[in-house]
Ligand binder design. Structure first.
Ligand SMILES: *Cc1c(COP(=O)(O)O)cnc(C)c1O
Length: 424
């Protein structure tokens, strides 16, 4: 058995790709394609890497559920003691529907509506991560009208370069995210003075798919500087939330593992005498990314004078990352066959030149074969759309030899069931 990069639960057994105890081809035959398949063991293993390194320290891991918000994924993490980082009230309702605990929920995001704030207060979430002074004032008003005090943390923009794709870099001065480091003290003074708020912590989140430790450590030092300045003024900070952003291996990236990240951060925190403070993490991609594959069937091979195309039944509506971020994701056959590989662009049937899944891939395939697109557990199904009136794919969770359908394939009729013809 040989495992795929970053994914010990997804491995070759001879010529066949397996997700835990289930062959990818058999799953595709039974459930159809395109099909998302997840390894429950891989998800729990990724969470355990954080948990192990945090043992003995007051902490909370809040899964950034926008990476993959399917109920059974949330249920898996909730049952393992995980909290959640949400960015909308829709995500809060999902947490509750999956059996998650509101008191372990952080509410992030640059723009929250007052009705969302009300619902989150009513549910009793742990903390609002606030990103502007205007939002502090709105939240205070909402909480006061409910006779409550909203627990808040300010998301600081530490102005560090995470060295990642511009669309997923969030900790630089030019980004829409967070409160500038040099405006943070003034913002905290306002937060402390507003009657509907209670200062609880401080947070940052500098980007996604970060493959180095340096940016995380730099951001942490800037948070600790601020905590010291705030406490000198009498504004107490209970928790430090260092955000998410740890990268995964898609092809040849070599990010630090979660344990190494946690240990290094904790060493800095302890060295500066802040070890007793509760420590929060908001990992998304690193908990689910390598736990999933997207299975798709080869429809047509279309040779060309400049390029050969391998046209498959998954498309950009199922997996947006390649065209949105210019992302490279591994693509392998579900069953290896003999024969000389040919270079293909792997593309979907959607009417857009941006509808590609992989470029210049050496594959020995025939129509009817199935391919697995790797590391598709994060920002994959969660970004799926119905563009071209394509129903969204089914999702299956594998646990050992068992496979559970955790989302049925969307039915075409459901795509327009809430539309109305004009009555005339
Ligand atoms: C997206 C997001 C995360 C998770 O980022 P990953 O790169 O998936 O770990 C954490 N916190 C906030 C505020 C986010 O927006």
């Amino acid at each position: 058995m040989s495992a795929l990069p970053g994914a010990p639960h997804i491995a070759w057994r001879g010529h066949q790709l397996f997700v835990e105890g289930q062959s990818a081809d058999a799953l595709a035959r039974e459930h159809g394609t395109p099909l998302y398949v997840y390894s429950r063991g891989a998800m729990l293993g990724a969470l355990a890497a954080y948990q192990r390194a945090l043992t003995g320290r007051q902490h909370l891991i809040c899964y950034a559920m926008k990476a993959n918000s399917t109920l059974a994924v949330l249920q898996t993490f909730a049952q393992a003691g995980c909290g959640f980082d949400i960015v909308s009230v829709g995500e809060l309702e999902r947490v509750l529907a999956a059996g998650g605990d509101a008191s372990r929920v952080l509410f992030s995001g640059v723009g929250k509506r007052p009705d969302e704030m009300r619902r989150a207060l009513e549910a009793g979430i742990k903390c609002f991560n606030v990103e502007s002074v205007a939002e502090l004032r709105t939240l205070s008003g909402v909480a006061q009208a409910m006779n409550r005090r909203a627990p808040v943390s300010l998301r600081i923009n530490p102005d560090v370069d995470a060295g990642t794709h511009p669309y997923i870099s969030t900790g630089l001065k030019g980004n829409k995210f967070g409160i500038a480091h040099d405006e943070a003290l003034a913002a905290y003074r306002i937060a402390a003075s507003l009657p509907g708020l209670e200062v609880a912590g401080i947070d940052c989140h500098i980007g996604s798919q970060i493959t180095q430790l340096g940016p995380h450590l730099d951001a942490l030092e800037r948070l600790l500087d601020l905590i010291e300045a705030l406490e000198a003024e009498g504004i107490a900070i209970r928790h430090i939330d260092v955000g998410g952003g740890l990268g995964i291996t898609y092809t040849d990236e070599a990010p630090p593992d979660a344990g190494a990240l946690v240990r290094q951060l904790c060493a800095r925190i302890d060295a500066r005498g802040h070890g007793a403070r509760e420590l929060l993490f908001e990992p998304g991609r690193s908990l689910v990314g390598n736990a999933g594959v997207l299975l798709t069937e080869v429809l047509v091979l279309k040779p060309g004078s400049v390029k050969n195309f391998c046209i498959v039944d998954a498309a950009m509506n199922d997996l947006l990352r390649p065209t949105l971020y210019d992302a490279t994701m591994g693509i392998v056959p579900c069953t290896l066959r003999d024969g000389a590989p040919v270079l293909y662009d792997v593309v979907g049937p959607v009417c857009e030149s941006g509808d590609w899944l992989g470029r210049d891939r050496a594959l020995a395939v025939l129509p009817g074969d199935r391919l697995a697109i790797l590391s598709a557990g994060a920002y994959a199904f969660a970004m799926a759309s119905n563009y071209n009136s394509r129903p969204r794919a089914a999702e299956v969770m594998v646990e050992g030899d068992r496979a559970f359908v955790i989302r049925e394939r969307e039915k075409v009729a459901a795509l327009f069931s809430n539309e109305r013809l004009i009555d005339r």
